[in-house]
Design a protein around this ligand. Structure first.
Ligand code: ATP
Ligand code: MG
Length: 263
């Protein structure tokens, strides 16, 4: 589905050039679940922007589903972005005062679809937000906002999801919930998922881990034993429910009720 051949991206900054990508080669098949890691400034976001047809390489070729992306017109690029690719960002990119259903409908507005609300509701239910359909981002937690963004990404039934640090602003449990959602979308709908992360544990959920450094791919490994986020969440719940035997009996009134309320 995705093929990059010697892709370079150079930004001109006044007097000097920034070589953000220095010859990236990559083949990604349909249905893969890929994590991209690497230090800050190594070119991960630049790569995602190119893969998402938001930006073009300075040189080299990007072939997406057999199309040479650099040869597409602006209109054709817009169609690819709207129909084939779902985007998820670290900061959710939602409109703060628009109810969830309306946000999720937006890609369909651009497509001219008329009866949008039932489709938006279905997408929100698929991400576990059936009870928050008309909440605004300002009335939701970070994890819920990211779910809205994922619902918006999947409403066009894309074959590819690109997520640039989707768990970057979330705590560890909420991060697992988002990764569990991606794993389910990958398995059940066969959506190819590429996500950028700084956290090794989050990367270990992928079946393939690509490491970038200085604008190049420096390692590309298959992970035969990916973590399964749904199981890890279940384990967290067991740990919370199991009394810890420290030798000192916990004061019943204190801990437990507060924990239950918080969750
Ligand atoms: N629009 C731009 N104009 C000029 N330079 C840019 C631009 N975008 C990125 N760069 C530079 O390109 C290099 C790669 O940036 P990029 O954002 O791809 O890194 P990253 O791996 O995503 O980093 P981070 O982990 O901090 O998000 C950096 O040196 C950055 O300063
Ligand atoms: Mg980045």
């Amino acid at each position: 589905m995705i093929q990059l051949v010697e892709v370079m991206k150079t930004y001109i900054m006044g007097e000097h050039e920034v070589h953000a990508l220095r010859g990236v080669n990559m083949d990604i098949n349909d249905g893969e679940f890929v994590a991209i890691i690497g230090t800050s400034g190594s070119g991960k976001s630049t790569l995602m922007n190119i893969l998402g047809c938001l930006d073009l390489p300075t040189s080299g070729a990007y072939i997406l589903d057999g199309m040479r992306v650099s040869e597409l017109s602006e209109d054709e690029l817009a169609i690819v972005r709207n129909q084939a690719i779902g985007f998820v960002f670290q900061n959710y990119n939602l409109l703060p005062r628009m109810p969830a259903v309306r946000q999720v409908e937006l890609p369909l507005v651009y497509r001219g679809v008329k009866d949008r609300e039932p489709l938006a509701i279905e997408a929100l239910r698929a991400v576990g937000l059936g009870e928050r359909l008309y909440h605004k981002p300002t009335e939701m937690s970070g994890g819920q906002q990211q779910r809205v963004a994922i619902a918006r990404a999947i409403i066009t039934a894309p074959s590819l999801i690109l997520a640039d640090e989707p768990t970057g602003n979330l705590d560890s449990r909420t991060s697992l919930e988002i990764i569990a959602l991606f794993q389910a979308l990958n398995r059940e709908r066969n959506i190819t998922v590429l996500y950028v992360t700084h956290e090794p544990e989050i990367a270990e959920h992928a079946t393939r881990i690509i490491t970038m450094r200085d604008g190049r791919v420096v390692s590309d490994i298959h992970n035969d034993h990916p973590r399964w986020a749904q199981d890890e969440i279940a384990q967290l719940d067991v740990d919370v429910d199991t009394p810890v035997l420290t030798g000192i009996a916990p004061k019943p009134s204190a801990v437990i009720i507060g924990e239950a309320d918080a969750s």
